[in-house]
Design a binder for this molecule. Sequence first.
Ligand code: SF4
Length: 117
Amino acid sequence: MVAAQLVERPPAQPAGEDSPWHTAAACRRDEVGLFFAPSKEPTAARLSREERAKQVCARCPVLLDCREHALAQPEPYGVWGGLTAAERRVVLARRRRRDVELCEPVRVPGARGRIAG
Ligand code: SF4
């Protein structure tokens, strides 16, 4: 849980340029339960909770750091960087497709066996 894992960890050093990004997290002061689903949460309640969590993320100064952290791990649960777990899966799938496309050789029409690039 973002908030819980990051929030309950005391900062290793004072906030500043060299501090870990999560020391400036907006969710440090918010209800931890907002970012992670309780068991058997009804869909309507989940959507409402996630929207409220995203509102906290929207005013967070480290949103991009948090998002990239959650994508890199990848974090399987909770709202991180303004994205739900499902939204992060979509981003990761798009990035994988993009990376594959960037690695594919470009075939030149009419030039047998020739590869551009
Ligand atoms: S972007 Fe959201 S989840 Fe990430 S640190 Fe900020 S408030 Fe917390």
